[in-house]
Design a protein around this ligand. Structure first.
Ligand code: SAH
Length: 237
């Protein structure tokens, strides 16, 4: 009996690795170190963001065909016509959020779940919405197996999550055609939203800061990026 109790966690780990082919080797860790150096050189300063990127095995969140490339600073396909964001973009969006431990964050576009994991590593309570059913299901299993406990939703991020509002911070990980009004309404006074807004050919990273009386929104611009589009309604694939 005692032997069984001792072995049980080991068996669980082996079973998990077998099912998802998850192994984080010294080689992966070394590649992550260089990735962190690269994004630091591109201007990311927040130590907690860099530590999260160093800690999280990004290759777990990629399709098998791209695992070898996981530590390049690039976006890659994750199925359903979507991509995992480039690590620099993930880092910049997270840095702009200026997260404090315990803050409530709404993420639009769970995708692979990688950005979700970064937010959780920074101590946020994460609510994340994905409109592609398969991606939602895959991220749910993966994050749960890795021990993360976000609240994930399959739905249309334009509508936000009024039942859990207001949020301290909101992050949108797809290119928005405009600022979604429902999301502004669900932001706390003094809260911030980081959102790439489409200008026709690129997306301009915006940080929107709601005034402490809630009556005004200040807009800042933080450079041009490439994102998949933020689309209306749910998709069943
Ligand atoms: N953070 C993710 C980014 C994935 S790409 C990652 O790094 O893996 C953007 C994601 O936003 C896609 O998965 C896409 O399906 C999703 N998306 C686009 N429009 C959406 C909407 N209206 N509501 C919820 N998710 C949306």
């Amino acid at each position: 009996m005692i032997l069984y109790i001792l072995q049980e966690p080991i068996l669980r780990t082996l079973n998990f690795e077998h099912r998802y082919n998850l192994k984080d080797t010294y080689r992966h860790k070394g590649l992550r170190k260089s990735l962190v150096k690269t994004i630091q050189e591109k201007g990311i300063k927040d130590k907690r963001v860099l530590e999260a990127i160093l800690k999280i095995p990004r290759h777990y969140y990629l399709d098998n065909a791209f695992v070898e490339l996981a530590y390049q600073d690039k976006a890659f396909p994750i199925g359903s016509g979507q991509t995992i964001s480039q690590p620099y973009t993930v880092a910049l969006q997270t840095e702009l959020l200026e997260l404090k431990k315990g803050e409530k964050v709404l993420e639009i576009g769970t995708g692979s779940g990688y950005q979700t994991a970064v937010l959780l590593e920074l101590g946020a309570k994460v609510f994340s919405i994905e409109r592609q059913r398969k991606l939602y299901q895959k991220a749910k299993v993966m994050l749960d197996e890795l021990g993360y406990r976000p609240k994930l939703f399959y739905g249309d991020g334009f509508k936000g999550q009024p039942a859990f509002a207001p949020f301290d911070k909101i992050i949108i990980t797809a290119g928005a055609p405009e600022i979604p009004k429902d999301l502004i309404d669900q932001l706390k006074p003094g809260g911030m939203m980081v959102i790439p807004i489409d200008d026709g050919s690129h997306q301009v990273m915006h940080r929107l800061i709601k005034s402490s009386d809630g009556s005004e929104v200040v807009k800042e611009e933080h450079g041009m990026f490439k994102f998949v589009p933020m689309l209306k309604d749910k998709a069943s694939d």
